[in-house]
Write a new protein. Sequence first.
Length: 644
Amino acid sequence: MESLQDTAAQLRCPSGGQALEMALKMNEIHGTLNRKCIELMHIRPGDRVLETGPGNGAFAGEIVGDLENVFYTGIDWSSDMVMQARALHADLIERGRVEFLLGDSSAIPFEAQCFDKALTVHTIYFWDDPAGHLVELERVLKPGGLLCIAFADRTFTEKMPFARLGFKLYHAQDVRALLEDSGFLVQDVRQIAETSAAETGEIVDKLFNVILATTRPMEPATHDSSYRRLPMRGELTVSRPVMRHALFGLINFALTAPGIYLWIGLPLVMRQHGWSGAEIGVFQLAGLPAVFKLFLALPVQNWRPKRRPHVRWAWLTGGGYLISLLALAAMNVDSSKIALFALTLSASLFSTWADIPVNALAIQLFPPAERPLAGSIRSAVTFAGAIVGGGVMLLMEQALGWSAPFFLLAGCLVFALALLGFVDEDHRAPAFERMSPFAGWRGFFRQADAKMWAILLIAYYPPVAAAWIYLKPLLLDHGFPAADVAWIAGIGGSALGALTSLAAGFLPRKWLAAALPWSAAVNALAVALLAFAASQTSGAFLLAAAALLAIAMGVASSLAFALMMEFARSGRHAADYGLQSSIFTLGRVAAAALAGLLLDHHGYPGMLGMFAALALLVCLLIRSQPRFAFVLLADRKYAFNSIS
């Protein structure tokens, strides 16, 4: 049984000492099928060809052949196979005819509509999310582009002893249905029978399916292929990027501002009315649902209405958020503390929940080229929410009473939810496959560099976030009046962070990978300067360090949100966004708690110095990992090498 398990594991992802042997065996066993697929693809001069799961790329030379200007890209999730392929085809790589990259077809590292033809042979058995892989292949093919997918028929593979060890088996009609659901037009289905050696070495009768499918041709009215059109109901349209960004910016602001008022602004009101520090501390526990966003994302991902699933989930959860805010408006600061806590917990739950379908919808609708700006606007509205929720609403409460901020914030939420009614998400919505939570999370971490990205989600942003949390107490302890602290950190710093976030959004997508270590270095510098300023008496130096910290936060949060969008797989937007958000939140919460402990034992300079060291370690980690790559597009000179 162990030998069968080894065979199954090597077929899925050849690695270690057996990798070369397995590759040679597969090339020999499946050579006839591969060559038949190449013949059926009718590759022409000028074609760009993608192959996913090519192993050591044995047939890449036959694909490019002697045809003029044919360029081949092979993507495999086995690093050993990629290294073998690069060694085997060093001459073609040097001549600029082929390239081999580490990754897989669940997150293809190219812009939309890059390839004329795509090929994948004997890979579909290992796709945790076949619909997601096919949607990605459809995305990178040009209008009218050809996909050739070849696989062994279930009637044959189910007889093989290793097939029950992690293989998904298909009949031709099963894959045809998946292709059509993913936006392809099936052109031809062929069955090829042969008698030859199997992977186990025995001679068997085999039955293979080869399906040729094309993407839909470009609509005559479409002039800009750089993004997928987002139609709106009625006369409105958000196909223009400005309108698209404005819409989601407003919706995210409406979700963010009330939460910030509840956890930053309202505790000051409570303190004014005699609440103890312990009571306010317990009250802050109402924010815990944000840590469990990965679980809240599961029903959004798996229980989907047939039409407009994300919009309807946003309405449902946003409605719960609205009811919670209105119920809080009906209370007052002297009401039952248990009732206030329960309503605040309810508001936190629904705001966290509503954030998932809204941002999953944004990931679905924003084309890759617009994602840096989308991430920056998401970051900027968080800073804007801090200004409104942590400042303006406090002034309103002082002037108009307890209920006024809740009514205004609820009204803003109603307006944002109404705007969602104009979004028609069904236009080219990706297909999805319902799967267990663990299968979905496991699939996320099988993406190229996803494990490294998870580490960065925990460690990249928290150093500046923790420093920002303790900036106000630091300013107070250095003799700044409370009113000045509110203006400096609450309004001025947040405004500077918002502007920096927006500026970072204009960074081209191809520079995201290169910008990340530089951003981590700026994080380290900003926190280190604040640590030094904390040990000095100069107020001007402290203000300069605070300004640099705001800038670092703006850039870091903008990049973090943009890269979350990149790592959300097609058809798994809600689940992947929820998972990443939970990891991100966990890092921030843990850093804030650790910062408090370090502050008590080492003071401001010691605590900030340790977080500066952490930020520097993050920077060095990115730069020191030769296999680490944010594979965002075809222009490799802007990204780290995936294999050294």
